[in-house]
Structures are given as structure tokens and as C-alpha cells.
Design a protein around this ligand. Structure first.
Ligand SMILES: [Zn+2]
Ligand SMILES: [Zn+2]
Length: 293
């Protein structure tokens, strides 16, 4: 397996537009594990386009229960099930994730029961384990650790940045958050920091187009991070590579990659990638292998 990070959906917020990017989801393939981070609309399609068979699903992490991060959790699992999922899948998410899953299963019970009887499939409801987590260690298994840091995303209180570590490689996701200095320590010397970002002029343009503009702007400023501030987190944490993710706006033709880069370059002069759907980055070789090579 090629070890890689794939940004499946790069857009912040639930809306979709013609030809535009999808809401948030990502894939990490590391140490033989496949880890899906967030399940915004389009995650199933994104995984298939990235070359991952849905029947190979392994671990799913949900950072918080905003719909642009969880709307397609049930449909992804169901689609994987009809694609021949044979082994159990573990889903980790904040308090409330089990209710989302149980509600989905209840809404699809007709189809699920039908396919068990008619097609002889195992029971989907027994193939998925939901674990609700808080701050701290989420999973420590076979050399892979996943840790959670509660971030600042009002009014959501259960929202977690995530750190994935395997044989010395570290990848950190900010999740949705206002500028949050504790991420510096959490992401210290990470190989890759995937941080959410807003563009200041883009936000003004978005707010001007929207009916409830003032209210939207207040929400955005209180609970999300400007691109230049994401750069400061990367700089202070001395990460190896900053990837901007969950872009707001992601589909304004006036805000292009160069505009994002301009913002980040005010604070960060290291390796930088602006996220887009399908973006694939190879992971650094395991430090264990490098030492013994
Ligand atoms: Zn979001
Ligand atoms: Zn959110």
C-alpha cells in the first residue's frame, strides 16, 4: 500500500455548487491501515475516485457533528456494505455519533432487512462499532496512535483536532476551530499539519452574497481560523508541511490558490499546499525504516 494523505473533500460548509468541491473528508493510508477522517457529502465517491475499494473500510474518525463532517457517514457504511464489506468497521466520534448512526439504521431498516433476507448479507448494524471519545488517547493499536485535542468551535463543544502517529510519522488535523494556540503544542514537529482556513476577502464576499450576512460573519469569525493565523500555528509548531483544508470560501472564482498563498505567506514560509478535492500527498517514510536502511 502506498502511504498517503488524500484530501477527498476540501470545502468548508455543507453547500455544493455546479463543478465545485465537496464538503469535508480525508483519507490517510499508513502502516497498512485506512483511516477516513470526517464524512461530509461526497466521501463515498471521493474514496472510490482515490482508488480505495469501499469493502476495505477500516477506521472512521468524526471530528464533530456538523453536517459538513458527518452527513454521509451512514450512506458510506451502507454503500460499503452493499459493495461486499466483510469485516467490522470501527467508527470513532464525539458524544452523539451513536445516535447519528442508530438514526440512519432506523431510517434504512426496510432496505437493510430486505437485503439480509433477499441477498443473504450479514447484518450491517452488527458490523459497525461506534466508540464515542473525548480529549486524550482515542486508539493505540499495532503502532498506530490517534489522539484528540478539544478545539474552539462554538457553539459546538465536542469538536476535536486529531493526531495520527505511526513509526515516528505524525499527521495532525485541526478540525474546525477558531485560531487556537494549544494546537501549537499538539502539532509540535508534525510532518503534516492539515489546518482549516478562511480567506478574509472571500469571507466578505460570501457574507455580501448571503441573506443573513451579519449573523454568518459573526459565526465564521468566532469559530474558524483565517489562513494567516493557520500559518502562525504551523510556524510556531515547526511542522514539516502545512496543508490548508476546509476552505471558506472554496468555490468563489475570485479567490484562487494564489490568493490563499498570499495570505499564508504573511506568517509561514515553509512547505505549503492548498487543499483541493483529490489532492494526494505521499507520507514520509517511516523513521524506523529510515534508521535501519
Ligand atoms: Zn465544517
Ligand atoms: Zn464545524
Amino acid at each position: 500500500m502506498n502511504e498517503r494523505l488524500v484530501i477527498l473533500g476540501s470545502k468548508g460548509g455543507p453547500a455544493i455548487r455546479p463543478g465545485g468541491p465537496s464538503p469535508t473528508s480525508s483519507l490517510i493510508e499508513i502502516g497498512g491501515r485506512r483511516i477516513v477522517i470526517d464524512c461530509g457529502l461526497g466521501v463515498s465517491r471521493g474514496l472510490v475516485e482515490a482508488g480505495m475499494a469501499l469493502s476495505e473500510l477500516d477506521l472512521i474518525l468524526i471530528t464533530h457533528l456538523h453536517s459538513d463532517h458527518v452527513l454521509e457517514l451512514g450512506p458510506l457504511m451502507h454503500t460499503a456494505w452493499t459493495a461486499g464489506l466483510k469485516r467490522p468497521v470501527r467508527v470513532f466520534g464525539p458524544v452523539g455519533t451513536k445516535a447519528v448512526w442508530d438514526g440512519f439504521c432506523a431510517s434504512l431498516s426496510y432496505d437493510i432487512d430486505l437485503r439480509i433476507d433477499d441477498e443473504g448479507r450479514p447484518d450491517l448494524r452488527e458490523m459497525v462499532t461506534i466508540t464515542e471519545f473525548g480529549e486524550g488517547m482515542v486508539l493505540d493499536e499495532g503502532g498506530l496512535t490517534i489522539e484528540a485535542l478539544r478545539v474552539e468551535h462554538p457553539p459546538v463543544t465536542e469538536c476535536y483536532g486529531l493526531k495520527f502517529s505511526h513509526q515516528g510519522r505524525v499527521i495532525v488535523f485541526s478540525s474546525d476551530t477558531a485560531w487556537f494556540p494549544p494546537l501549537v503544542e499538539f502539532a509540535r514537529n508534525a510532518d503534516i499539519l492539515v489546518h482549516e482556513a478562511m480567506h478574509p476577502e472571500g469571507v466578505d464576499r460570501l457574507v455580501a452574497r448571503t441573506g443573513n450576512g451579519a449573523r454568518l460573519k459573526t459565526h465564521l469569525l468566532a469559530s474558524h481560523t483565517m489562513a494567516a493565523d493557520a500559518g502562525k500555528i504551523a510556524r510556531d509548531a515547526t511542522v514539516g508541511h502545512l496543508v490548508l483544508h476546509h476552505l471558506v470560501p472554496a468555490d468563489d472564482p475570485a479567490i484562487t490558490e494564489i490568493h490563499w498563498i498570499e495570505q499564508v505567506r504573511t506568517s509561514w514560509d515553509g512547505v505549503l499546499t492548498i487543499g483541493r478535492d483529490g489532492l494526494e500527498l505521499p507520507l514520509p517514510g517511516s523513521k524506523h525504516q529510515r534508521k535501519t536502511a
